[in-house]
Design a protein around this ligand. Structure first.
Ligand code: NDP
Length: 399
C-alpha cells in the first residue's frame, strides 16, 4: 500500500493515473499535480476511484518540496516536461522520495538533450540512500530494457543494436504530433547522430532512410534520428560496436514539417511580433491539435522494438524484440492513444518494481542498469506484451 505523486497531467500523465488507479493494492493513494489543476481534475473525473489533485509549478523546487511534504508520497512519477527533470530530482533528493521519469533533461533555450546534468545527481542520491530511475517510458525505457534482456538472456556478445520505432496510426489530421509538439519537433529537426566504435557520427536531419516490414503494420520508411537512449546504451551494453535509432514518418508528415521549417516555424528562438517576444515553435504548438485529444480519432497500431545482432554459443544470432500496440484498444482502456499508453505503462511498471524492492539501488540509474527479468515478466499483463523473433543473421533487414 503506497502513495504515488504524479507530476504532469498531459497525455502520458493521464495514462499513468489510469494505470495506477487500476492497482489499488499497490497504489493506495494517488495525487496528480500539474501547472494547470483543471487538467488534473478532468483526468480524475474519468476514474471510478478518488484521486487527489494539486496545482504545482514544477520549475519551482520550493513549491515541489511543499507539495511532497504535504502529500508524503512513497514514489514520484515525473511525466511533465523534460525541462523539469532537474528541479523535480532536486525536490526528491531534498525530501528522500524515490524518483522516476520518462525523458532526459532538455535545455529550454537550446535544442540539446543529454543525461549529463541528471547523472551529476549520482553521488548525492547515493549518499542519501535514495534512488532515481531515468527514462522509463517506451523509447527510452522499454527499448533499453529489451537490450538489457537480450544481453542477460539471449546473447553472449552484442555487436549492433538498431532501435525501430514505427507508428502505423492515422488520426485524420493533415499534421499533428503524437506527443508534446515542442519536444517532438525539436527532436526530429535536430541533426541525425549514431554511435559507432566509440565515436558519434553525424548525419543531416532525416538524411538516412531505410525500409522495414513491420509485423502488424507492414512496410514503412524509417529515418535515422538521434535519440537519448543511444547515450546511455552505448555506455551500458558491453562490447557494443554500433547503435542507431530509426523512426517512421509518412510523406505527408515530412512535407508539412519541411514547409514549417522553411518558413521558420520550428525555431525555438523568440522573435518580436508587434512588440511581443514569441517563440515560433511554442506558437506552433499552441495551434496544433493537443496530443491528448488524438485518442478517439487515432486508428492503427505501433510496433516499437530493437534488432540485436551478436553471438550466442559461438554462433551469430539476430533477433527482433518488439511490442505491437493498438491505438483504439488503448483508447478503450484508458482514453488515450498508443504513444501516451506505451510511455505511461512502463513508467507505472517501473514504479511498481521500485516500490516492491525488485528494482532497488542507491543512486541514479538508467533502466538498462536494473534487472530486466522482473520487468519483462510483468509488462505483458500491464498491457504491453512482447515477442522475440529470430532473423536471418546473414541478411540486413533494414534494406
Ligand atoms: P504533454 O505536453 O501532453 O503534457 C505535459 C504536462 O506537463 C502538461 O500537463 C503540462 O501542464 C505539464 N507541465 C508543463 N510544465 C509544467 C510545469 N512547469 N509545472 C507543472 N506541470 C507542467 O506531454 P506528454 O504527456 O505527451 O509527455 C509527457 C512526458 O513524457 C514528456 O517529458 C515527454 O518527453 C515524455 N515522453 C516520453 C516518451 C518515451 O517513450 N520515453 C514518449 C512520449 C513522451 P499544462 O498543460 O498546464 O501546461
Amino acid at each position: 500500500m503506497s502513495k504515488v505523486l504524479i507530476i504532469g497531467a498531459g497525455g502520458v500523465g493521464g495514462v499513468v493515473t489510469h494505470k495506477c488507479a487500476q492497482h489499488p493494492d499497490i497504489f493506495s493513494n494517488i495525487c496528480l499535480a500539474s501547472r494547470n489543476e483543471a487538467k488534473c481534475r478532468a483526468i480524475a473525473d474519468q476514474l471510478p476511484r478518488a484521486i487527489e489533485t494539486a496545482q504545482v509549478d514544477a520549475d519551482d523546487v520550493e513549491a515541489l518540496v511543499a507539495l511532497i511534504e504535504s502529500f508524503r508520497p512513497d514514489i514520484l512519477i515525473h511525466v511533465a516536461l523534460p525541462y523539469q527533470d532537474l528541479t523535480i530530482m532536486a525536490a526528491c533528493l531534498r525530501t528522500g522520495v524515490p524518483y522516476l521519469d520518462t525523458a532526459n533533461y532538455e535545455h529550454p533555450d537550446e535544442a540539446k538533450f543529454e543525461y549529463k546534468e541528471q547523472w551529476a545527481f549520482q553521488e548525492r542520491y547515493r549518499k542519501a540512500g535514495n534512488m532515481a530511475t531515468l527514462g522509463c517510458g517506451f523509447d527510452p525505457g522499454m527499448t533499453n530494457i529489451y537490450c538489457a534482456y537480450a544481453q542477460k538472456n539471449l546473447f553472449d556478445e552484442i555487436h549492433t543494436i538498431d532501435i525501430l520505432d514505427a507508428n502505423g496510426g492515422d488520426h485524420g489530421y493533415p499534421f499533428a504530433t503524437n506527443f508534446n509538439p515542442e519536444i517532438n519537433i525539436r527532436e526530429i529537426t535536430a541533426n541525425g547522430r549514431y554511435w559507432e566504435r566509440g565515436e558519434w557520427k553525424e548525419t543531416a536531419p532525416l538524411a538516412e532512410k531505410r525500409t522495414f516490414d513491420f509485423d502488424g503494420i507492414g512496410k514503412k520508411d524509417l529515418y535515422l534520428l538521434y535519440h537519448e537512449e543511444l547515450e546511455s546504451l552505448s555506455q551500458n551494453i558491453k562490447g557494443l560496436q554500433r547503435i542507431r535509432f530509426w523512426m517512421t514518418f509518412s510523406e505527408k508528415y515530412l512535407t508539412h514539417l519541411r514547409v514549417l521549417e522553411n518558413v521558420g516555424m520550428t525555431s525555438i528562438e523568440p522573435i518580436s511580433v508587434n512588440g511581443c517576444e514569441v517563440s515560433p515553435l511554442q506558437f506552433l504548438k499552441s495551434v496544433l491539435p493537443d496530443p491528448g485529444s488524438l485518442g478517439p480519432r487515432t486508428h492503427g497500431k505501433t510496433n516499437i522494438g530493437v534488432i540485436v545482432d551478436g553471438v550466442k554459443d559461438g554462433k551469430r544470432r539476430k533477433v527482433h524484440i518488439y511490442n505491437i500496440c493498438d491505438h483504439q484498444a488503448c483508447y478503450r482502456e484508458v482514453q488515450s492513444q498508443a504513444i501516451s499508453y506505451t510511455t505511461g505503462v512502463p513508467a507505472v511498471t517501473g514504479a511498481m518494481l521500485m516500490l516492491e524492492g525488485l528494482w532497488r539501488g542507491e543512486g541514479v540509474f538508467n533502466v538498462e542498469q536494473l534487472d530486466p527479468d522482473p520487468f519483462m515478466a510483468r509488462i505483458g499483463e500491464m498491457g504491453l506484451p512482447w515477442q522475440v523473433v529470430e532473423l536471418d543473421p546473414e541478411q540486413d533487414p533494414l534494406a
